[in-house]
Design a binder for this molecule. Structure first.
Ligand code: HEC
Length: 715
């Protein structure tokens, strides 16, 4: 009988490529060796149930294979593992499918994001991963497309444009898929956009629903009752022209029983509330957690962490759903450590606040009032007239790097930071459209000097990073491990009492989940910011992590204690793995600076212009971590290296194809000359400084000069 044989073959081929469906995503513990959705499950707890790697044998962990992604820019993806294949993403939204056991490349997909779109990416050209449904995987691209790819061969099934390409939107977050709806948000609030989250039909890419997070032009009808409610909390007539912000650029979670989708909403555009909404108001739904119906996008409840946000205190940080015993009752909670420094535990059925305590130094608010659910602001929160140093900085007490929750220890592991930032008000704010930041902050007097020693000394004192184990019931710290650098990786925990985290100084480390005791570490040759994942195939457990230094602070600063490697890689470890990474030797040749040029006045003008327009990519004060060219090296890289070549790049867009757009819309020829003079002057300063060592009294004097006595209280 040939027919049953054919049937058997069909069944076998389906079994080899099981289609991902709702049942599988709801019951991921039935496939513990896989990693089917961003945070491993809909609760996004990032706890792997695998137990082959234990505290006793983790010391035998070694590299088994690695894959070069081909760039040295930021890697933030959390890979998926389905049916023996690992799917990950790299910079510029590229997708890689590799055999999860051997590392053998199966296919790659490059969406060909125009490099010039990089100017719209506040925080590096990163991507945090793909989602899976049916026989496809789904990718959000930096330039705003949602793409469905056939999981087996990487061929495009459909593409939907999710943004208005006339506005500086970007997608860096991973989609989530609920009952056939692909849910995706976007970023861009630094520039000025209106935030929203959309759902597309996984089969054909048709738009199912869209939920706006902030109200639009008051002359247009409200898109929803929620927007009508939100509009009452805004004032003035500038915010909707800038966009208002509230982008949903990263975190989501889903409760199957309550049938609620939770989205984390970002900061205001402009940041500064005195500019954005001069008459005050909470500005809903900025910095909020919002619960929606996943099938319709209908609003159910919200909790606002930072009413009237003025500091870039996004609530887009990782949310974890767990059932905790609180006051003797098993309670369905949602936990978040947003940028603002408070750890929140909410009742996720109602959105009611259960508790909130500081997990990081925060000076903008003294505490959260449990009866009103609102933060109580301090005098430090007001930067409408005086310049303030405020903790945390815009980097937050915790940023996008995922946390993890271990059900046995009951602890949440937070890639936490101590940061302080300078906040001020630009009273002459004018909105600049296109790829420019619109924060409403004054740049005056805030420029970092080009002296590396000074900048490093300041950053080291103001910015610190650690892994923090937090008890969410008692709202207390249980243990912490201090790191060399402020900016570190996301976290993985396992049912075998382990916690894994990559570090900014270029290591992957394993700790005991209950005590924080370090059990193992290995060198990754570049700083790690992505979260590790774990999977098991043919009885062997693996730990995988994307290693590639990047993100906003790495573009702004050469963070002390960090390692920026030239090769971004997917690294995979197992017990007994014996592979070694090829060492990269990095040349450290400082080129001879071009002849001095320009007056002192021109250099000073150039410094302000540089820090306003260029520092966010090439490093504040010309000191970056090497992801993008150090402009003081121009003599090295640019033939000729004259003001003419410089202006061809900066004003005429000669390097547009490489991602360096023209700045002629904000800079005149005289401005460009001034920036050139400043860069050349700084190149000479670095040349001379090479022979010197830091003089602490100079550092102190400069700090005092920078923000006066305000900063002194923090150092
Ligand atoms: C959005 C990020 C971004 C901003 C903002 C930015 N640049 Fe660039 N810049 C780039 C990229 C990307 C490159 C090309 C990198 C490469 O070599 O592949 C580049 C290259 C350059 C180069 C060529 C350097 C070399 O060694 O070849 C110069 C000069 C330059 N930029 C000047 C500026 C100036 C001046 C400003 C401010 C007016 C500025 N850039 C703002 C991203 C940026």
């Amino acid at each position: 009988m040939r027919f049953p044989a054919l049937l058997l073959l069909l069944v076998a081929s389906f079994a080899a490529h099981p289609s991902v469906d709702h049942e599988q995503l709801v019951n991921v513990d039935n496939t513990p060796g896989s990693w089917l959705t961003h945070g491993r499950n809909y609760a996004e707890d990032r706890q792997s149930p695998l137990t082959q790697i234990t505290p006793d044998n983790v010391g035998e962990l070694g590299l088994t294979w690695y894959f070069d992604t081909g760039t040295g820019r930021g890697l933030e993806a959390s890979p998926l593992v389905i049916d023996g294949v690992i799917y990950s993403t790299g910079s510029w939204s590229r997708v890689f499918a590799n055999n999860a056991v051997s590392g053998e490349p199966i296919w790659q997909y490059d969406p060909q994001v125009p490099r010039a779109w990089g100017v719209n990416a506040c925080c590096d050209v990163v991507n945090r991963g793909v989602a899976a449904w049916g026989d496809n995987i789904y990718l959000g691209t930096l330039d705003g497309r949602l793409v469905a790819l056939n999981r087996r061969n990487g061929k495009v099934v459909w593409t939907s444009l999710t943004i208005d390409p006339a506005r500086p939107y970007t997608i860096t977050g991973a989609p989530r898929i609920i009952k056939g709806n692909v849910i995706i948000g976007n970023g861009g609030a630094e520039y000025g956009v209106r935030g929203y989250v959309s759902a597309y039909d996984a089969r054909d890419g048709a738009l199912r629903w869209r939920f706006y997070t902030v109200p639009g032009n008051p002359e247009n009808p409200f898109e929803s009752a929620a927007m009508e409610m939100a509009a009452k909390t805004w004032s003035g007539d500038l915010w909707w022209k800038v966009g208002g912000g509230g982008t949903v650029w990263d975190s989501m979670a889903y409760d199957v029983d309550l049938d609620l989708l939770y989205i984390g909403v970002g900061n205001g555009a402009p940041w500064n509330r005195h500019v954005r909404s001069p008459g005050g108001g909470d500005n809903l739904f900025l910095s909020s957690i919002v619960a929606l119906r996943p099938e319709t996008g209908e609003y159910v409840w919200h909790y606002q962490t930072t009413p009237g946000d003025s500091w870039d205190y996004t609530a887009t940080q990782h949310m974890i759903l767990a059932d905790l015993v609180i006051d003797g009752a098993l309670t369905k909670v949602l936990m978040q450590a947003p940028k603002n420094g408070f750890f929140y535990v909410l009742d996720r059925a109602s959105g009611k606040l259960i508790s909130a305590e500081k997990y990081a130094p925060a000076t903008w608010a003294s505490h959260v009032d449990l009866s009103t659910g609102r933060p109580v602001e301090t005098e430090n929160a007001d930067h409408s007239i005086e310049v303030r140093m405020t903790k945390p900085a815009a980097f937050g007490g915790h940023n996008w790097q995922p946390m993890a929750f271990n059900q046995t220890t009951g602890l949440v592991y937070i890639p936490a930071m101590e940061t302080a930032g300078r906040y001020s008000t630009d009273h002459d704010f004018t909105y600049q459209s296109g790829g420019h930041w619109n924060t409403g902050q004054s740049q005056e007097g805030g420029a970092f000097p080009a002296n590396r020693h000074l900048v490093n000394a300041v950053i080291k004192r103001l910015f610190k990073g650690h892994l923090l184990a937090w008890d969410p019931v008692k709202q207390t710290e249980v243990w912490r491990v201090a790191h060399e650098a402020m900016w570190n990786g996301g976290v993985l925990t396992t049912a075998a009492n382990l916690v894994f985290q990559g570090t900014g100084d270029g290591r992957l480390v394993a700790y005991r989940a209950d005590s924080g005791e370090q059990l193992w570490d290995t060198h990754t040759l570049t700083g790690v910011v992505a979260p590790p994942i774990s999977y098991q195939i043919n009885g062997e457990q693996y730990v995988a992590v994307m290693a590639g230094w990047g993100g906003a602070p790495t573009l702004l600063f050469d963070l002390p204690g960090s390692t920026a490697g030239a090769n971004g890689r997917l690294l995979v470890y197992k017990l007994g793995g014996e592979l070694k990474l090829p060492d990269t030797v990095e040349a450290n040749v400082i080129p001879t600076p071009p002849p001095r040029h320009g007056s002192e006045e021109s250099i000073a003008t150039g410094q302000v212009l540089y820090n306003t327009h260029c520092g966010r990519c090439h490093g504040i004060g010309l000191v970056g971590s090497g992801l993008l060219p150090d402009l003081r090296d121009m003599g090295h890289d640019m033939s000729g290296n004259t003001p003419e070549v410089f202006k061809a790049i900066v004003l005429q867009g000669a390097y547009r194809e490489m991602g360096m757009v023209s700045f002629a819309d904000v800079m005149s020829e005289a401005d460009a000359d001034a920036v050139y003079d400043y860069i050349v002057d700084a190149a000479h300063a670095r040349w001379e400084e090479q022979q010197s060592s830091p003089v602490w009294s100079e550092v102190e004097a400069w700090i005092m000069d920078w923000v006066g006595a305000l900063i002194a209280q923090f150092i």
